[in-house]
Design a protein around this ligand. Structure first.
Ligand code: IDP
Ligand code: MG
Length: 152
């Protein structure tokens, strides 16, 4: 089933020049870009976005990191998009992520793992995160010309 998911190149990925490479992977996989926003996350948004981790020992460092520089926030759309993006990202810790995944190819350290994607095991997380970062009128509805060759 076609769905939307929230994806973000984190400040380390932006600083390391990985925006284009990461977008390219999702594009060539066949996912459709529905929205994009190059922005800096403020403290309030960081707390809301990572609210589930509020009580974790790494929370303050996580907020400091995610607000430290610009991020590339995006919405990608396609069949099973949330889970497929997570598979392409690899594990939370780049050290455990297989080569070929984004974190496995571009990261070494748990606290600098390059990319965020909505959790497919957390029902509705994708739409909640999209709504946190985008107004509905900032998302574009269109067809990709290759769709009929991508899906049976
Ligand atoms: P995810 O990004 O793979 O969904 P989560 O468990 O939701 O992983 O954690 C959110 C983010 O918090 C991670 O991407 C990582 O940046 C950071 N993080 C998670 N666990 C740790 C930790 O043990 N130490 C430092 N940072 C962590
Ligand atoms: Mg998560």
């Amino acid at each position: 089933m076609s769905e939307r998911t929230f994806v973000m190149v984190k400040p380390d990925g932006v600083q390391r020049g990985l925006i284009g490479e990461i977008i390219s992977r999702f594009e060539t996989r066949g996912l459709k870009l529905a929205g994009a926003k190059f922005m800096q996350i403020d403290e309030d948004l960081a707390h809301e976005h990572y609210g589930e981790h509020e009580d974790k020992p790494f929370f303050d460092d996580l907020v400091e990191f995610i607000t430290a520089g610009p991020v590339m926030a995006m919405v990608w759309e396609g069949q099973d998009a949330t889970r497929q993006v997570r598979r392409m990202m690899g594990e939370t810790d780049p050290a455990d992520s297989a080569p070929g995944t984004i974190r496995g190819d571009f990261g070494l350290d748990l606290g600098r793992n390059v990319i965020h994607g909505s959790d497919h095991e957390d029902e509705g997380a994708n739409e909640r995160e999209i709504a946190l970062f985008f107004d509905e009128d900032e998302l574009v509805d269109y067809d990709r010309i290759d769709a009929e060759w991508l899906y049976e």
